[in-house]
Design a protein around this ligand. Structure first.
Ligand code: GSH
Length: 211
């Protein structure tokens, strides 16, 4: 199998993080440079169906896009540790928090970065007001996460799941524009530190020079 990837973008990072939590190391990583349009070549778009990463190409040539669909496939192939839930209740609860993480936080932060970071002009017709509005929404939604994390160690229960990966990777992408966690969210701060210190947080990320 091959994972078509790019280092800084959040959606491929979800998959790399997920693979690292599971110890999956037998998938070839193919790095594309989005700024040079390597995800827009006719060959790639013919396989993926759209000019997006990540894409997982199976050994029989089947191609899967959408980071969560790829993670679900990998969960079936590499079941442990379980990150999508086992019982009907757990599966629904993890799905609920994954969707909240994506819709309330990860997507608004991504739109915020795309519309306000100068380099993103290569990929987006930028409207800074759209970016600012989305960043305000994401900041407001972090209160929802803080309330949840006041009662639970992880977003969907007592262990890390795909919901935590989606939420944290989304928030962390905001570093591109120095998006900071508000200081009055102690539970988000505790959880974010726990996420940041997991080895999987480094998976495929460019190493930063020591300060
Ligand atoms: N919903 C998709 C989103 C994929 C996506 O938006 N990928 C971005 C990188 S994070 C991309 O390929 N952007 C290319 C572009 O905007 O030209 C997923 O979860 O995989």
């Amino acid at each position: 199998m091959k994972l078509y990837d790019t280092p800084l973008a959040p959606n491929p990072r979800r998959v790399r993080w997920f693979m690292a939590e599971k110890g999956i190391d037998d998938i070839e990583i193919v790095t594309l440079n989005l700024m040079q349009g390597e995800h827009k070549t006719p060959d790639y778009v013919a396989k993926a169906g759209l000019a997006n990463v990540p894409m997982l190409e199976l050994d029989d040539g089947t191609c899967i896009t959408e980071s969560i669909a790829i993670c679900r496939y990998l969960e079936s192939r590499y079941p442990e540790p379980n990150l999508f839930g086992r019982t009907p209740e757990e599966i629904a609860f993890i799905e609920m928090w994954t969707r909240r993480a994506e819709m309330l936080v990860a997507t608004p932060v991504m739109i915020g970065v795309r519309h306000t970071h100068p380099a993103m002009g290569a990929l987006e017709q930028q409207v800074p007001a759209i970016g600012e509005h989305n960043l305000t929404s994401a900041t407001r939604a972090l209160k929802v996460l803080d309330r949840r994390l006041a009662e639970s160690e992880w977003l969907a229960g007592d262990r890390l799941t795909i919901a935590d990966i989606v939420a944290f990777v989304g928030i962390d992408f905001g570093r591109m524009i120095k998006f900071k966690l508000p200081e009055d969210l102690p539970h988000v701060a505790r959880w974010a530190e726990a996420m940041r210190s997991r080895p999987a947080a480094q998976a495929g990320m460019p190493q930063r020079a020591p300060a």
